[in-house]
Structures are given as C-alpha cells and as structure tokens.
Design a protein around this ligand. Structure first.
Ligand code: NAD
Length: 350
C-alpha cells in the first residue's frame, strides 16, 4: 500500500471544474483513461449528476462539492494538489434559463472565472505556473448568417448566457496580457453525447421519443448549429493542453452544420433503423421561438487543424447512434434527475 500511495501521489494531477456536468463527466472519464489523477470541483447545480461516479477509482479521482466563487476552499485545493492544469467547465449553460434568470450566469460564468483568475495569479507568483484551459463557446460570435467565424471574428453575443461567456473570455485575455497568466481559451460548437441534461435539444428529442411525447422545435426549425460529439471535444481539449500555445484561443468545430428540423428527422430515422417502437404521440411540434434566437453558428477551425493537428473523428450518424444507445442503456441517468427541472418550457418571460 505504501508504494502504491507514493505511486498515486506522484501522478500528474488535473482539476476539472464542472466535472459533474455533461462535458465535464466526459472529460473526467477521458483524463482518467489517460492516467491522470483527476480532482473534480463542482457545486452540483440542477444540471449536474454524479451518475456513474461511484465506480471511479478512489485512488485516481477526488470530488469536492464547492462553488468556484469560494476563494478559500479553491485556494486550499490548489495548494494541496498542485495541479498541472485546470480545465474550467463550471458554468450555467442553458440559454433559455439565462433569459428568465440571468443573475446566476453572471455569478458563475463571470465572477466565478474572475475568482479563479485571481487565485491562479497569486499562486503562480510563488509556485510552478498552472495552465488554465477555459472552455468557452461559439455563441460568443453571435449570429453567423454566412461563412464561418475564425478566432479573430468580433464578439457579438445575443443572450445573457453568451454575453457572460464573452465577458469571461475578455477577462481571461486581459489576465494573459497584463499578468502573463498561462491560459488558453477554447471556443467549441454545440456538443452532444452521454450525460447531457435533457433540457438541451438532442437529449430532449431522444428522451421525448423514449417517453412517447411530441418533439418541440422552436419556430420552423430553420436554426442551424454545428454539432460535435463530446468525446471529440474532450480529445481537442487534451490536445490544446498538450500542444496549444499559451495566450491563444482555438475554435473547436466539426464542420457538421444542420438545421434543427433536419436533426430531429435524422434522430427519428435512426430510431427506426434500430427497430425501436415509436409511440403514437411522437410527432414534431413547432413551438414559439426563443427571444433573440441566433439563426446560425458556424466555426472556422483551421487553426486547431493546422497548428495542433486535431480533427473531430465521429460523424453525426455514428455519434447520434452512440448517444441514443447510451440513453436507452442508462435509463437510471434520467431517473436520477428530477423531471420537473426539464419538462417546463423556459425563456419566454420577456
Ligand atoms: P452543464 O450545465 O451540463 O454542466 C455545468 C456544470 O458546472 C454542472 O455540473 C454544474 O453543477 C457546474 N457549475 C455551475 N456553476 C458552478 C459554480 N459556480 N461552481 C462550481 N460548479 C458549477 O454544462 P456543459 O454543457 O457540460 O458545459 C460545460 C462548459 O462547456 C460550459 O462552460 C459551457 O459554456 C461550455 N460549452 C458547452 C457547449 C455545449 O454544447 N454543451 C458548447 C461549447 C461550450
């Protein structure tokens, strides 16, 4: 045991904030496979789930239920574990919720990031520098009606969610320039895959099919998004940590754009190819649009392709198949979260 403990204490350590959320859960699994000691810091909001986390190896995984705004505890965790890197995924993430109650978005997505920056700045003065990989979004660029946004494209966020993410990106860039902080920002497109909370489009379509309910599509379903399988995003984040240049931003896209209506039809088609018995109530139902709804997001990801050599591997059909299979096999994930939190339509109170 003593030798084993020394072995584990010498392991390279990484903090993942928001590691109980959707992408965070995928990233924790990914980093454990890469043999890192992973410290998950998450305050466990409505969208978090510690589903399957009980089975993670205790010697390689540690969980702290804490808000990233808590200076004292976050400082202590960093002092104790001296991680090589912090992947910051802790955030409020649902645009419709940000329309109804923006305060929480300012608290977690802006003030939380500010707190992390201050802690890392102070820590890096006296210790080995910690790298911060901050997970941002393509939504900071706003509506991209034509062409694709590269990293130099001006920020023009449309919702309180994307504005809070844009603010954090600006703060981080200022800390890089002024305090020489070792940070890198990634701006990724829409993710889908295992562990996603069913208020988001793809798991909403899947879970409604599984429970014989209509599929709500905003307006006429013409809004278009670029979709990436979450594990491909995790691979990109790891490559950015290993090969990315400090101070830079990287777009992480798949080049797979699809209108929401086409996506819903594709998911229905995949269910049929699985010979899944689709209930009578499962029908596409157009509902009132989201206020300020961006029509299209689309990334130019040439920088990460060329400078880092990363490309997404999973095509949409394969990724959707894997995701649908996961939700069918892991019904307990859905019963572990309260239905009340995702069946009600949000984001119309303006
Ligand atoms: P999610 O809502 O599933 O998970 C967010 C996690 O953060 C939850 O576990 C929650 O408990 C935790 N959290 C929230 N506020 C916190 C706080 N103040 N302190 C500690 N923990 C807190 O979201 P997700 O989809 O996994 O997104 C993760 C990150 O990736 C976010 O920063 C999001 O902006 C970004 N992102 C998401 C997508 C996407 O399509 N899902 C795309 C691009 C970028």
């Amino acid at each position: 045991t003593i030798t084993l403990n020394i072995l584990y204490s010498n392991m390279k350590k990484i903090i993942v904030t928001g590691g109980s959320g959707f992408i965070g859960s995928n990233l924790v699994n990914y980093l454990l496979k890469k043999n890192y000691y992973v410290i998950n810091v998450d305050k466990l909001t409505y969208s978090a789930s510690n589903f399957n986390k009980k089975n993670l190896p205790k010697k390689k995984y540690k969980f702290f239920k804490v808000d990233i705004n808590n200076k004292k505890i976050i400082k202590n965790i960093i002092q104790k574990y001296k991680p090589e890197c912090i992947f910051n995924l802790a955030a409020e993430t649902h645009v419709d919720r940000s329309i109804d109650s923006p305060y929480q978005f300012i608290h977690s997505n802006i003030l939380g990031v500010f707190n992390l920056l201050e802690i890392i700045k102070d820590y890096s003065k006296k210790n080995k520098k910690i790298k911060l990989i901050h997970i941002s979004t393509d939504e900071v660029y706003g509506d991209i009606k034509k062409r694709k946004a590269d990293e130099k494209y001006p920020y023009s966020p449309s919702s309180p969610y994307s504005a809070s993410k844009a603010s954090a990106d600006h703060l981080i860039k200022s800390y890089i320039r002024t305090y020489k902080l070792s940070a890198i920002i990634s701006n990724c497109c829409n993710n889908y895959g295992p562990y996603q909370f069913p208020e988001k489009l793809i798991p909403k379509i899947i879970t409604n099919i599984l429970s014989n309910k209509p599929i709500p599509i905003y307006a006429k379903g013409k809004n278009s998004r670029e979709w990436i399988y979450a594990e491909d995003h995790c691979e990109a984040l790891y490559q950015i940590f290993k090969k990315g240049k400090v101070g830079e931003s990287y777009n992480v896209g798949s080049n797979l754009n699809l209108q929401n209506i086409k996506l819903a039809k594709l998911i229905l088609k995949i269910f049929k190819t699985k010979n899944y018995k689709i209930g009578k109530k499962v029908k596409i139902k157009f509902v009132k649009d989201r206020p300020g709804h961006d029509l299209r997001y689309s990334l130019n990801s040439n920088k990460i392709y060329k400078k880092i050599g990363w490309k997404s591997k999973t095509n949409l059909k394969k990724g959707l198949n894997l995701t649908i299979d996961w939700y069918i096999k892991n019904k307990k994930f859905l019963s572990s979260i309260s239905k009340k939190l995702y069946v009600k339509r949000l984001g119309l109170k303006i």
